[in-house]
Design a protein around this ligand. Structure first.
Ligand SMILES: Cc1cc2nc3c(=O)[nH]c(=O)nc-3n(C[C@H](O)[C@H](O)[C@H](O)COP(=O)(O)OP(=O)(O)OC[C@H]3O[C@@H](n4cnc5c(N)ncnc54)[C@H](O)[C@@H]3O)c2cc1C
Length: 336
């Protein structure tokens, strides 16, 4: 039994009906997946160093990222930079500077949730860095050794999935109306229809903000703001103020940012849009200020400064050789 229930189970990677692709193209939702991706990537450089067959070596030195949202764009930039600037001195045979990083996007631009101007800016930054960006090309097959796109086979032992998310499987078990991506359709006060005491928030909730007419985006600010709103609402009701629900939840858009490797980024704050070094510094400053604790902030600041000046990435650990076990399949969904 409960007086109030807040559901915030987040999101999982969406494979658009091809769950079998997850094995070869893990996403980045779980820490275990991220450490596996890092290990597989670093191991590929090691294998390429020993591989005699040129085609095999090329496949180990090709990194394919499916989906050009902020995660895909940031990952593509970081991998290219790692291959070109950070690790070449670790290898004698394999020329990691020639590693291909291919970013494949089904839509017509990178960073589709950003303004078109920022998308164009990020595209330019990626191409300057040497990332191959393929737009308007949906991936139609993912295999153990690469992908198929427009009937063409691209060989790679490192395919990473950043093409989309859907609400956590829990939402499909609730028997309540669901919106796009299996997200729980909530009322303006974040509660579920006919259940005033149950709230869904964050990536698992679907709410069209009455003020902007747009859905609250699946980003950390959306989750944080909904969390604070519901906490205040419950507190007010417990203090005998049932009218707290009259004021609907409104999302305050504080802006969007994405980095494209070292010294490059795009930033949107209100009507202001800019890129380059200034945007990258803004990204760094923001991410340091949101860390918990002064000691952490200082440690990260010094670590980043060290990496920036010496082009060194501290830990290149190979810790995980097998992909994490996939989560249990979602129960049959009851759509709205
Ligand atoms: C790689 C990556 C980079 C991102 N970068 C940014 C960024 O730069 N800026 C930004 O704003 N947003 C970013 N996001 C999005 C941001 O992380 C999410 O919007 C935010 O975490 C959503 O918060 P949440 O509380 O709804 O869900 P989550 O933070 O996902 O938390 C949900 C938790 O619930 C747990 N859970 C799920 N089901 C159950 C269950 N049945 N029982 C118990 N627990 C359960 C999950 O394991 C998880 O720990 C990024 C996301 C990813 C994956």
């Amino acid at each position: 039994p409960y007086d109030y229930l807040i559901l915030a189970p987040g999101a999982v990677d969406e494979y658009f009906g091809h769950e079998e692709w997850r094995r070869f193209a893990p996403g980045m939702k779980e820490v275990e997946e991220a450490t596996f991706i890092r290990s597989r990537l670093l191991r590929s450089f090691e294998i390429a160093e020993l591989e005699a067959d040129e085609n095999e070596r090329a496949a180990h030195l090709t990194f394919i990222i499916v989906g050009a949202g902020p995660t895909g764009v940031e990952l593509a930039g970081a991998i290219k930079e790692l291959a070109v600037d950070v690790i070449p001195r670790d290898f004698r045979v394999a020329d990691t500077r020639r590693a291909r990083v291919v970013l494949i996007e089904a839509g017509t631009r990178v960073l589709p949730a950003f303004h078109a101007e920022s998308s164009a800016r990020a595209l330019g930054q990626l191409r300057t860095l040497g990332v191959e960006v393929r737009l308007g090309e949906p991936v139609t097959q993912v295999l153990a050794d690469g992908v198929e796109v427009r009937g063409e086979r691209l060989r790679s032992y490192n395919v990473i999935w950043t093409a989309g998310v859907r609400a956590a499987p829990l939402t499909a078990t609730l028997g309540v109306p669901l919106g796009p991506g299996g997200r729980v359709r909530v009322l303006p006060d974040c509660s579920i229809a006919d259940h005033r005491e149950v709230f869904a928030i964050g990536d698992a909730a679907y709410l069209v903000d009455a003020a902007s007419g747009r859905p609250v985006p699946g980003v950390s600010q959306g989750a944080l703001q909904m969390g604070r709103y519901v906490a205040r609402l419950i507190e007010a009701e417990l203090n005998g103020a049932p009218s707290a629900r009259v004021a609907a939840f409104h999302y305050h858009d504080k802006g969007s940012m994405a980095t494209v490797g070292k010294s490059r980024a795009v930033v949107e704050i209100g009507r202001a849009r800019f890129g380059g070094l200034l945007a990258w510094l803004a990204w760094m400053a923001l991410h340091i200020t949101v860390l918990i604790g002064f000691r952490n902030r200082l440690a990260v600041l010094f670590s980043w400064l060290y990496s920036y000046v010496f082009f060194r990435r501290g830990s290149r650990l190979i810790t995980r050789v097998a992909p994490p076990e996939p989560a249990a399949p979602a129960p049959t969904e009851r759509a709205s």
